[in-house]
Design a binder for this molecule. Structure first.
Ligand SMILES: [Ca+2]
Length: 417
């Protein structure tokens, strides 16, 4: 079958150092000079949804931190709340990191709601990714550079209710997920009408032709594949940045140093965590500091920088392919073989010779924690995804199929100085 991502060949982010800021001039003019209003206006004109308030569901996380800076730089006033999630590191760390990053970015007035600390009951395999994010999720800066910024308290308790009420206040919101999909799946199970109050879901997750935890699965999806499958099958309008696109968006050291040279507090912190991330990523065989989450945010803010294809996806929820995303609709001529995989056909457990996970250790942790209790009220221990007919509906996922990595990197760099 033809490759969904055959066109993703314009270049590699690691090569960005060579040309670097010269090529960024146009983007700088667009992104910095014209600013958020122009971006939002363009987005609104193209999509008819500009100006909505945003729920940011995230597990910071280094690339989450960069993504937050990009989003806040463009439309700080539209971020209704930040919802933390377990993921790259513990929920305690991700929540603290979200608070510290908002303080750094002059946005401490945005509430941080403490979300799920584990996959939904019976789902997933929880495994942090501290190998590429550092023990605190931010390359060790939690008590360092970031330690100087005062922290407000997170919103504790019934987080699903808190998020639902925030959504209802706005009528319709957009919802950006940069971590596991546990929070969002739980939200629309508890409050089914919430699905209709979310205009667009924007997600970093999955891989069609590659994984980073196993040969089949990307980290965010692998954490809780059942919740991901539920969201992909339920939500009507999803913009998806998969590994196939994001793994090519990687900062090199020259670009990181250029960001630092801007001299602002934000630039100093961003460059420091990127520098740590660069060395951790390269040690794992990545081309540089890979900007998975920031790419997803940019696909929301600046869709004109990307090409998309409409798809339907399912997520394999058992066996060695656990967490694999499979195209089951849309994209003419590219559904046949993958549709078989979605039904569990096929048994190649290995993947490519020499393949190495970029999140080492995840494959060894297949079990849950005995005695674990759900971290949020309303979770159903017996719930299993069952979405008959999902394959038959109209394509609901706009998946990135092409972009210019250099242009994306330069646009991100201009947003975090
Ligand atoms: Ca993330």
């Amino acid at each position: 079958m033809g490759s969904v991502f055959g066109k993703l060949k314009r270049g590699n982010g690691a090569a960005a150092d060579a040309a670097d800021d010269g090529a960024a001039a146009d983007d700088a003019a667009n992104g910095a000079a014209n600013g958020a209003a122009a971006d939002d206006a363009a987005y609104g004109a193209a999509n008819g949804v500009g100006g909505r308030k945003i729920i940011l569901d995230t597990d910071p996380g280094i690339d989450d931190a960069i993504a937050m800076a990009v989003l806040l730089n463009a439309c700080k006033g539209r971020v209704k709340l930040v919802l933390s999630s377990y993921g790259n590191t513990s929920l305690e760390n991700t929540t603290r990191n979200a608070l510290a990053l908002l303080s750094l970015m002059g946005a401490a007035d945005i509430p941080v709601v403490r979300g799920a600390g584990r996959p939904a009951p019976g789902n997933g395999t929880y495994e942090h990714a501290e190998g590429v994010h550092g023990g605190d999720g931010l390359g060790g800066l939690q008590g360092g550079l970031l330690g100087r910024y005062p922290l407000k308290a997170a919103v504790e308790g019934d987080f699903l209710r808190a998020v639902y009420e925030a959504i209802c206040e706005e009528g319709v919101v957009d919802y950006i997920t940069l971590g596991p999909l546990t929070n969002l799946s739980a939200l629309i199970q508890r409050y089914p009408d919430a699905a209709g109050r979310i205009g667009r879901v924007v997600t970093m997750g999955g891989g069609i032709e590659m994984g980073n935890v196993t040969p089949h699965a990307e980290f965010n999806i692998y954490c809780d594949a059942e919740s991901a499958d539920h969201v992909f099958s339920t939500m009507p309008d999803i913009t998806l940045a998969t590994l196939d696109a994001t793994s090519r968006i990687a900062f090199g050291l020259t670009q990181i140093n250029n960001i630092r040279s801007a001299g602002s507090d934000v630039a100093e912190v961003m460059a420091s965590i990127l520098n740590t991330n660069y060395h951790l990523c390269v040690a794992q065989g990545e081309p540089g500091a890979v900007m998975h989450d920031a790419t997803a945010v940019l696909a929301y803010l600046r869709p004109e920088l990307f090409e998309f294809s409409a798809r339907r996806l399912r997520v394999v929820c058992d066996g060695v392919r656990y967490g694999k995303c499979v195209v089951v609709g849309g994209g003419a001529g590219e559904t046949g073989d993958d549709a078989g995989e979605a039904r569990g056909v096929g048994d190649d457990a290995g993947g490519a010779p020499g393949w190495k996970p970029s999140h080492p250790g995840a494959r060894d942790d297949a079990g849950g924690t005995p005695g674990w209790k759900p971290s949020y009220p309303g979770g159903s221990p017996s719930w299993k995804p069952s979405h008959p007919g999902a394959e038959g509906g109209a394509p609901n996922i706009r998946m990135i199929t092409d972009c210019d990595p250099m242009q994306i990197l330069n646009t991100i760099a201009q947003s975090i100085k």
